[in-house]
Design a protein around this ligand. Structure first.
Ligand SMILES: [Ca+2]
Ligand SMILES: [Ca+2]
Ligand SMILES: [Ca+2]
Length: 290
C-alpha cells in the first residue's frame, strides 16, 4: 500500500520532472487472454445547474441499474479562474457524481454555473469505492494517495478540500494511477490561515476489458489558460476521468475536467484574478476500455 501525504510542494516538483512533452503516453495496458466483453450499460450523464453567484453543488445521476464509475465537472460563465471546483466526489451509494463550485475569497462579479458529469455503467466486476483523508495540513500544499484493494485498478477519482469555506484552498489534482488515486491541494496566492485537509476517493474495479490509460499534457507556459484532451484509442471509450494542474502553486484553478465525448477527456484551467507569473500546465487522464 502506498498511501500517505506530506507537505512538500508536490505540484511544483512534478512540474519540474514532467516539464518535457508527454504526448499520448499509453500506460498500463492490460494484457487479456481470451474473448473480452465490453463494460455494459456505459453512458455519460451531464447536467448544468443555475447561473448565479452563490456557492452550489450539482449532481449528475446515473440511470437506474447503473453506478458511477467516473466523473468530473466544469464551471461556465463569469469569474473563470476565481471559482474553484474544490469538491468533486461520487455520492455515497454510487448513484451520482457531485461537483461543488465556490468563489475565491473576494468573490466574483457576475454569474456562473456548475456542470456535473457522471460516467455510468452496469457495475463492473469487483466495483468498490474506498476513501481516506490526509492529516491536517501545516504547509501551503498537500497531497494524499488512496490505494485500491489488492488486484483492483483505479478507474474513477473523487477529491475534496475540507476546512475552507470558500475557494482559498484549491483542489489541483485528481490523478488516476493504475491502482491508486492522488488528490492534491494548495492554498491560494495569499495563503489561508485555517487548518485544512484533503479527502480522496478511489473508484476501483477488476481490470476492465481492453483497459488502457491515456495521459496528455498541455503546453507548459504562463498563458492565462491551458487546455488539453486525452483521446481514447479507436475501439475504446472513456470509462474514467482524471486531471491535474502542474506548477500552479494555488494560483490556477480547474475550469473543466470531464468526459466531453464518449472518447475524449478534456481538462482546462485558468490563472486566478491577478494572474500567475510562473509556467504551468494541465494534464488529462482517460481510463479507456472496450
Ligand atoms: Ca475574486
Ligand atoms: Ca487567501
Ligand atoms: Ca495570482
Amino acid at each position: 500500500m502506498r498511501e500517505g501525504s506530506n507537505g512538500t510542494r508536490w505540484s511544483r516538483r512534478m512540474a519540474a520532472v514532467g516539464g518535457g512533452a508527454l504526448s499520448a503516453l499509453v500506460l498500463g495496458q492490460v494484457a487479456l487472454t481470451g474473448p473480452v466483453a465490453a463494460v455494459p450499460g456505459l453512458s455519460i450523464k451531464t447536467t448544468t445547474g443555475p447561473s448565479n453567484s452563490a456557492a452550489k453543488s450539482q449532481n449528475a445521476t446515473c440511470p437506474a441499474g447503473t453506478k458511477v464509475i467516473g466523473g468530473g465537472g466544469a464551471i461556465t460563465g463569469s469569474g473563470l479562474g476565481q471559482v474553484g471546483m474544490d469538491i468533486m466526489v461520487p455520492l455515497v451509494g454510487g448513484d451520482a457524481y457531485s461537483v461543488t463550485g465556490r468563489e475565491d475569497e473576494n468573490g466574483v462579479a457576475g454569474n456562473w454555473a456548475v456542470t456535473a458529469n457522471a460516467v455510468c455503467a452496469t457495475p463492473p466486476p469487483g466495483l468498490v469505492t474506498v476513501s481516506g483523508s490526509s492529516a491536517p495540513s501545516f504547509g501551503t500544499s498537500n497531497w494524499f494517495e488512496k490505494s485500491c484493494p489488492a488486484g483492483k485498478h483505479a478507474i474513477g477519482v473523487g477529491g475534496a478540500v475540507v476546512g475552507a469555506s470558500n475557494s482559498e484552498v484549491v483542489l489541483e489534482d485528481l490523478r488516476i494511477n493504475q491502482s491508486s488515486v492522488v488528490v492534491a491541494g494548495a492554498e491560494d496566492g495569499t495563503g489561508f490561515a485555517g487548518t485544512w485537509w484533503l479527502d480522496a476517493t478511489a473508484i476501483c474495479a477488476d481490470p476492465l476489458p481492453g483497459e488502457q490509460r491515456v495521459i496528455d499534457d498541455s503546453t507548459y507556459s504562463s498563458a492565462d489558460t491551458q487546455s488539453v484532451t486525452a483521446d481514447c484509442p479507436p475501439g475504446t471509450r472513456v470509462h474514467g476521468v482524471g486531471g491535474e494542474i502542474l506548477g500552479g502553486d494555488g494560483q490556477v484553478r480547474l475550469t473543466e475536467m470531464r468526459a466531453t465525448s464518449s472518447t475524449t477527456v478534456t481538462v482546462r484551467a485558468m490563472e486566478d484574478e491577478d494572474g500567475f507569473s510562473s509556467n504551468w500546465k494541465v494534464r488529462a487522464y482517460a481510463v479507456c476500455a472496450n
